[in-house]
Design a protein. Structure first.
Length: 465
């Protein structure tokens, strides 16, 4: 029997849902959301009229019911209908100490749980948490040897068993991992001064484990999983010149892709830009650069010279074309005057002419910094320019990289740019550390923020795994 969890993204991660005769562990550090996820899984089953036994080893039943209520789950009706049993179980009575021997016995717990399962014909059994049974037990190795009997007995009753384990899901493997059929790992960490929660499936019987991590949030609206990190659905053979990035993206950036590179303003994006530029030049691609005060020929040559990269041959052979837009920063008054003089059709036409001039056998890459465009053009013209430019890129099977400070642009405009783009890469700097992440790609691959280091020579950027 397959039990839908009520969380569609989780169902996809665990091969469709929870299976009877299977045991799953939910592991994570304190506060990661193990109990909350258990409550959502119970509620998902109850909504399908699937009987549930919920056993807590630490929290009283009335408190568990309160937790259900806090997420808007009125469970009293299911209890009255005999679809839900909530109980607390422990190896010791309240206020009593465990008599320390080298024997650890779960037979009493197995018997009590079995009776509750049989009474309501439960298909889902949740234990929160099994590790609490041995919290005060000295002979833990002996205790662990009894877990397999517990798991076999409960799952043999045609149930899906979920147990929660408190541990670090990343730096340590729980002893339960070797006994269960599936592992749901919850992880919390600080990234860019934000508390990020991640979920992964490092083990799944008879299915491919989901070792990459997805973000999740817990609110009164639910347990929401975001597809923030996923493997490529297919591969491409257009390298970016950054080996780790190529691996994460499934080979690189495909032809016909519009790439939006979001920067937070604090980071120097030039090492990333120059690495891409030099890579495409060495591949004999034609390169068009919409130069402005940030991305101009003098600065590019200076940075390459500093990095000991000689591009003089490519300049001489005409592999690089610079299309000057704004050679300096402009005032608000000048921006207004420029806006009135700019002809969008001319701006688009000259780029197309340059792409065609390289010839049909030459692959073309276009670079540009959108900072001045978004400040000088009005919103309508700016979005129109980006959309038509993107169309031309696809029409000529080229690749474009557009850099923009996402903190300095209106959110609505940024949303439109993201919709038009095929690939979204974000560069940021927080607390003296630099990061790269992928929010969208043509291969379906995305990844969370990863630390990057800048180097003086090519390649000028390295992703630290």
């Amino acid at each position: 029997m397959l039990i839908k969890t009520g969380i569609s993204e989780l169902d996809q991660m665990i091969d469709g849902g929870l299976r009877t005769h299977y045991c799953y562990s939910i592991k994570g550090s304190a506060g990661a959301g193990k109990t909350v996820l258990s409550i959502f899984l119970a509620w998902g089953a109850l909504n399908q009229d699937i009987p549930v036994v919920f056993i807590s080893t630490e929290i009283e039943p009335d408190r568990i019911i309160h937790y259900f209520h806090s997420f808007g789950f009125p469970v009293e009706d299911y209890i009255d209908r005999g679809l839900l049993v909530i109980d607390k179980m422990s190896l010791k009575s309240s206020g009593e100490e465990i008599i320390q021997t080298n024997s650890f016995d779960l037979s009493g717990i197995i018997l009590r749980v079995s009776k509750k399962i049989e009474r309501i014909q439960a298909k889902l059994v949740i234990f929160d948490s099994l590790s609490a049974f041995i919290a005060d037990f000295e002979y833990k190795d002996t205790a662990r040897s009894k877990y397999i009997d517990f798991i076999k007995r409960i799952t043999s009753l045609d149930t899906s068993l979920i147990i929660t384990i408190e541990c670090d899901p990343i730096t340590s493997s729980s002893h339960i991992d070797y006994l269960v059929d599936g592992v749901i790992a919850l992880k919390t960490e600080i990234i860019n001064n934000q508390l990020i929660k991640k979920i992964s499936i490092p083990k799944l019987r008879e299915a491919k484990p989901i070792v990459y991590e997805n973000r999740y949030t817990i609110t009164q609206r639910g347990f929401k999983i975001f597809k923030s990190e996923s493997e490529p659905l297919f591969t491409v053979d257009r390298s970016t010149g950054i080996k780790v990035l190529d691996n994460l993206l499934g080979g690189g950036i495909a032809r016909g892709s519009v790439v939006l590179v979001e920067i937070n303003g604090a980071i120097n994006y030039f090492p990333f830009f120059l690495t891409l530029l030099y890579n495409y030049l060495t591949l004999n691609h034609g390169v068009i650069i919409h130069s402005n005060v940030q991305m101009n020929v003098n600065r590019i040559l200076e940075e390459f010279e500093r990095g000991q990269c000689d591009i003089s041959d490519y300049l001489r052979d005409g592999n690089i074309v610079f299309l000057d837009k704004y050679n300096r920063s402009v005032t608000a008054v000048e921006a207004k005057e420029i806006r009135e003089m700019i002809n969008l059709d001319d701006m688009l036409a000259i780029t197309v002419e340059m792409m065609q001039a390289f010839g049909s056998d030459t692959e073309v890459v276009v670079f540009g910094d959108l900072t001045d465009d978004v400040n000088i053009l009005n919103e309508r013209d700016f979005l129109k320019l980006f959309a038509l430019q993107s169309y031309n890129i696809k029409e000529h099977n080229a690749i474009s990289f557009s850099f923009i400070n996402y903190n300095a642009v209106d959110k609505k405009i940024l949303a439109r740019l993201r919709t038009t783009s095929d690939v979204i890469i974000r560069l940021s700097r927080e607390n003296y550390s630099n990061y790269i992440e992928c929010l969208k790609s043509t291969t379906g691959a995305t990844f969370l923020a990863k630390n990057i280091e800048f180097k003086k020579s090519y390649p000028m950027i390295e992703i630290v795994e």
